[in-house]
Structures are given as C-alpha cells and as structure tokens.
Design a protein around this ligand. Structure first.
Ligand SMILES: *Cc1c(COP(=O)(O)O)cnc(C)c1O
Length: 348
C-alpha cells in the first residue's frame, strides 16, 4: 500500500492471490444462477458458518437489509442495540425501504443487550402495537472496540427469541475476527442465530462483497430481497473468486492482526500523552484518546501524523482515535505509528 492506513480494515487491498483468482475466474449470469464461481463461494461460505445456503451480496449493509426484509415486513419491529451498526450506520434502511420499525436497546461495555430487557421489549398481541418479529445481534461489536461476543451471550438472546417466536439475525461483519479471537469455530457462533452476514471486504481483504447465510428457505426469500435492492449482479464470479481466496487463506491469519493490535495497545499504554484501555483490545481495533494535558485535538494529531509519517488514523470525537489493523499493517508499521505519535505529542 502507498501509505500506512489504520483508518479501517475496509481499506485493505486484495492480495496478489486474489487478483490472480479474479483474472482466472469462470463466470456466468448469476441472476440466472449460472455463475459457477458465485455458486462455489455461496456453498463454501454456508459450510464455513454451518448454514444450508449462502447469498453473495454487494456489501454488509445490503446483506443485513436483505436479511431484515426476508425476516420481517411493514409494521414489524426489530430489537437491536442502540449503538449497533445496523441502527446507526446503515442509513435507516430497514425503516426507509422495509417499513420495519427499529426498537433500540442499550448495550453494556462490550456490546451486550440485557436479555431481560430484550424480553421486556417484546410486544404483546394487541392491535395498538407493532409486531415484534426480529432480534439483531452484532459480533464482533464495532462500537465497543470490536469486542468479540461470547457464545453464552448469544445463547441467552437465542433463548428469548425462541420463547417468543422471533427470528434472530447476526451482523457478523467481523464474525471471523470474533471466532479467531475466542478460538471458537465461526459455525459454533452462528449456530445460535437463524441468519448471519459477514464481510469478505474487511479483514479478509477481498475487494468487494459480503455473504448472507441461513436456511435454504430463508435464502430463497433473501434472494428476492437482494433483487429488489438492485443487488442482482451478472458475471459476479470475478468478485466471488476473491471471496473464495478470502475464506480459504485469510481467516486463520486474522490472529496476526489481533497480535498487532495488542502490540499497538501496549505501546500506547507506555506513551504519557495517550490513554488506552488495553483490556478491551481483543480483535483488530484499538480505541484510544489523548491525555488531559495534551492541548492538540485528535484532528490536529491525525493531520500531523499524515504529514510527518504518512500514517493515516481515524478520529473518534475531538479527543479520541480508532486504529484498525489488517493484512497490510505490519509490526513495523505499528512502530512507525507509535514513534510518529510520540514525536507529534512531543512537539505539542
Ligand atoms: C462494515 C460493517 C457493516 C457494513 O458493511 P459494508 O460492507 O460497509 O456495508 C455492518 N456491520 C458492521 C458491524 C460493520 O463493521
């Protein structure tokens, strides 16, 4: 890469193996169901997460929305975290396009809704109220430092959803980060939910795409939803080929990204001008902030880091930052960031 870019794992470029696989990919018209590479990716993805079927979609946002549209309809209600990606960062799609009403609940320090509050949020059968239809969980939890949510939590939400006949969807944009961090099979985590979306285009480095997985019947409905959203693609095997490489070659190595994130957190803990809660660093995200006596703002610090060290960092409010590690970030790059930050803070 031409810069050291910690802003997100979405900035990761496809690997040389992916570009080769893309050039060689066999293709067909996927709306006709005839693209052999897309079909292969969908089957591989479903097997990886222990579901019957998969659906290749353009993005995580499209996968989550197609899932909501397949599970719920107009006037139905979806219970989800108030700081979840679906509620905050997907342009209100479920309401805008599905007529589905979000019912946001608070989450704790690592992104868990309280199962008792989820139960209390379920509506009774009465013409005055919306119909509760769906619960959404997110794993890893982006707004809580990418924390990997444990199976016990998923089981507690599943039991509420089952008791009330609600569908359960997991926004697993970084499901494999969560699985690798916890040393658990992704299929075990996905076993608690009816459907799951994961991104190929983040830590797994593919240029484009996500996969939505669930039962064959659910995916049949989701395929129609994808078409409504304009997501029926044609010779998409060119893209799916990179996704196959992502699933075959890029999952286990996510542990390296997590190690680099810990390395960064340890270095930040030694920097007097920085504040970090290293215990929250479990996957590939490091949230940190400026010590109170630093007079620079986070935006000023990121500007100077770009100019002095060619390091790109995301801000999180006027005092905070988010650094995300990925395939193109090495241990040396982490040291460049730490040294650059030390210099910028020393110059005030
Ligand atoms: C990135 C992300 C999404 C959406 O994925 P896009 O491909 O950017 O649309 C959904 N949920 C979470 C938690 C994410 O981090």
């Amino acid at each position: 890469m031409d810069r050291i870019d910690f802003r997100s794992d979405t900035v990761s470029w496809p690997t040389p193996a992916m570009r080769e696989a893309m050039a060689r990919a066999r293709v067909g018209d996927d709306v006709y169901g005839e693209d052999p590479t897309v079909n292969e990716l969908e089957a591989l993805a479903a097997a990886r997460v222990g579901k019957e079927a998969g659906l290749f979609v353009a993005s995580g946002t499209m996968g989550n929305l197609a899932a909501v549209l397949a599970h719920a309809g107009r006037g139905d209600e979806a219970i989800l975290g108030e700081d979840s990606h679906v509620f905050c960062w997907e342009a209100g799609g479920m309401a805008a396009l599905g007529g589905v009403m979000p019912h946001p609940l608070p989450t704790d320090a690592i992104g868990r809704m309280d199962p008792g509050q989820v139960e209390d949020a379920v509506r009774w059968d009465d013409p005055h109220v919306a119909r509760s239809r769906l619960v959404l969980v997110e794993n890893s939890y982006g707004a809580k430092h990418g924390y990997p949510l444990p199976p016990e939590y998923l089981a507690s939400i599943e039991s509420v959803a089952r008791r009330y006949g609600l569908a359960l969807h997991m926004d697993g944009a970084r499901l494999f980060n969560s699985a690798v961090a916890q040393n658990i099979d992704a299929a075990a985590l996905a076993g608690y939910v009816d459907s799951v979306t994961f991104c190929l285009s983040k830590g797994l480095c593919a240029p484009v795409g996500s996969v939505l997985c669930g039962s064959a019947d659910f995916i049949h409905h989701a395929r129609r939803a994808r078409k409504i959203l304009g997501g029926g693609m044609r010779q998409a095997g060119i893209l799916a080929a990179a996704g196959i490489v992502a699933l075959n070659e890029m999952i286990e190595r996510l542990a390296d990204d997590h190690a680099h994130a810990r390395l960064l957190a340890e270095g930040l803990a030694r920097l007097p001008g920085a504040r970090v809660d290293a215990d929250m660093v479990r996957t590939n995200m490091v949230f940190f902030s400026l010590a109170d006596d630093v007079t620079l703002s986070s935006a000023e610090v990121t500007d100077r880091l770009r100019q002095t060290a060619n390091v790109w960092l995301g801000t999180n409010g006027s005092r905070g930052f988010r650094a995300v590690t990925h395939y193109w970030i090495t241990a040396d790059d982490v040291r460049v960031l730490l040294d650059g930050l030390e210099n910028v803070l020393a110059q005030g």
